[in-house]
Design a protein around this ligand. Sequence first.
Ligand code: RIB
Ligand code: CA
Length: 321
Amino acid sequence: MSHKIILDTDPGIDDAMALFTALAHPAIDLIGVTTTFGNVAVSQATRNALTLLEMAQASHIPVAQGGASPWIVPTPPFPDFVHGADGFGNLHLPLPTTSAITQPAPAFMVEQILKHPHEITIVAIGPLDNLATALQLNPEIAQLVKQVVIMGGAIEHDGNVSPVAEANIYCDPHAAEHVMAASWPVVMVGLDVTHQVILDRALFERIRDQNPRVGQFMYNAVQFYMRFYGSIRGIQGCYGHDISAVAYVIDPTLFQTIEGSICVATEGVAIGQTIIDRHGLSSYALKNWNHRPKQKACVGVDAERLRALFESSMTNEFWGQ
Ligand code: RIB
Ligand code: CA
């Protein structure tokens, strides 16, 4: 049984890994890609999504452009020091020859969810502006979506934009708060698990050698990305953050989760922090978590099995020989 997904993304080097995994894995039916600002401006994110689908020979999949800026906070600077100015490690590839559809991302999400009730999983691997706007556009989707899986947040683990905030949540905290407060099934795949999965150079060398379609691109793009993580985290490799959100849809048994209402700090020094009430105590003086649905948050992962899932997806028969 395959899962129909819409991938909401800000490509982004780990976004590329996630999109390729979604394309190649037999358990996933990628019915659309929506783009948001985040790692790059939304115009660049859209060009990058079109480029990835072209190189993967999957240009039949529609791309809908989404939000250029956060709901309320100012647009944060794009992290060109992580993904390069072009979002692909400064490879500066030729422009794509295909175009996005004219329908905006949030409307595309709503239309697809209404067309396929209880079948669509939204996998959001960038800031959550499109997802929150889709919910605002038609609140019914909360009851009609199958699941919402996001790469974002941190529960017990440090943040990556501040000691407590993860980038996707930090970039649009008000949108993230709207998503967490809604009555739909959210799974938060945060730094607690994505920082446990290191992808090393040898892995990308094998992908380069065994994937004739996108292997060389993936290998070239991660050079810049690995230099960044080597310099700031001292690791020999990089984090494939976004892969974990797609992997959760493919095989949730890879992860250990906890449940509780989640609030997002939308101001102050902790802005962008995701705070879970794992005990549901009604005795708290602060009532923000009361009457808010419980969501799932990943706190553990089988890193070896996840790496194997990624590598097998990147080197399987989908890519031809
Ligand atoms: O914090 C990691 C997240 O921020 C990933 O989605 C990465 O692509 C960036 O968007
Ligand atoms: Ca991303």
